[in-house]
Design a protein around this ligand. Sequence first.
Ligand SMILES: [Zn+2]
Length: 474
Amino acid sequence: MLNVHESDVDVMIGLECHVQLNKLNTKLFCGCSSDYQNDPPNTHTCPVCLGLPGALPVINRKAVECGIKVALALNCTIQEETLFYRKNYYYPDLPRGFQISQYDFPLATGGIVHLEGEKGREIRINRVHIEEDPGRLVHKGAIEQAKYTMVDYNRSGMPLLEIVTEPDLKSPQEARQFLNKIRNILEYLDVFDGNLEGSLRVDANLSIEGGQRTEVKNISSYKGAERALLFELTRQKNILRRGKKVVQETRHFDEARGITISLRTKEVEHDYRYFPEPDLVVMRVGGWVREIERSLPELPDAKLDRFLREYGVSPVHAKVLTSNIHLANFFEGVASMIDPAFCTRWIADILKGELNYRGVGVERIAQPDFIDLMKLLEEDKITDHGAIEVIRTILDHGGDVGEIVREKGLLKAEIDETEIAVNAVIEEFKGAVDDYRSGKREALNFLVGQVMKKTRGRADPDHANKLLIGRIED
Ligand SMILES: [Zn+2]
């Protein structure tokens, strides 16, 4: 990677985020099930989403509702009248030869997203519109060398929202921050599962020092967006350094190699010949918008503010806890049973760290289990070290707190009692200890039996076994 200092040049980045509304039951214009991710190719299709002649689209009301929710959450103005257009181009993943999208009269315009909390930098949203997803091309190998390509139409007709920003982002890192914020808002609204393949795709444009902008197409991950933009920034800087000019062009991001490749220059830019879709009527949303607005859940910035006020957590902890709706709900559930100041550290620092390390979500650990564990800590029945071991065990192998604590002998009382018994047995039965040391392994069973007897069966035999071996072989 070349050395990049963002601060030494004037950078302008704009994003077009294509977000799949993948929590709806059906596609945008037909009744095909949208839950296709684990199914064989071309099994979720019908005449409409295969683009067969004469098949007519019918708009999915729920998709429009989700679109309005998202647009409101991004502080956009919902347009009274909104129209669908045909975007004409030929591509194998687009069987009709046009994509139904929006153009002159998008669903919503003019929004604002704050990068961090309500006081963070404002990124302007130009528009939010609804469109259908094309099918998916599966290249056999890298895109430029593929021997052949297959088409899967399961994705064809999936509802997409396109969220277009003004070029207000100032660095690749900010672009990633923005995408995280968008993902967070979408998950709060429960319209989007960001873990599904292809759920978010980004086209990013970047220019430096007021020069021509280049557009990088089809970046398919959050990290990918930052990497693609970093590469593009370095590339453009090197062009300027050599005294040349950046040409306006569209580039492809090769995720595996982390580089962008020229696809086409301005001279061959597409003319999509947009015209209104004659098979769909003008949509008038009117009073419905107010109704949807009233149903909006609490959004990340508002929740962050409330956590600061209601639970007295630090700004850093509030940010972590509200960075994901599932984590926020998890915290509130635990905080209703356990002192918030106490459980905040355990959730925002320790649990979150263990989750991040494994790349898994908080749903990996059940809330009642975690509450049980916090109670053990509050009552001083388990050490911090023991509690962390329980969390790690649950995240890696599952199981419940009581069982894990018992199996591993993590209760403080048990630890003490077993340890005392082990020490006493070693003192009392020196003969058996010597036998074990001289290689009579079965002497250990006798010693474990004595420990069990002394603790009246309360010790965990495996644990006693380990303790004995540790002590004798010391
Ligand atoms: Zn269909």
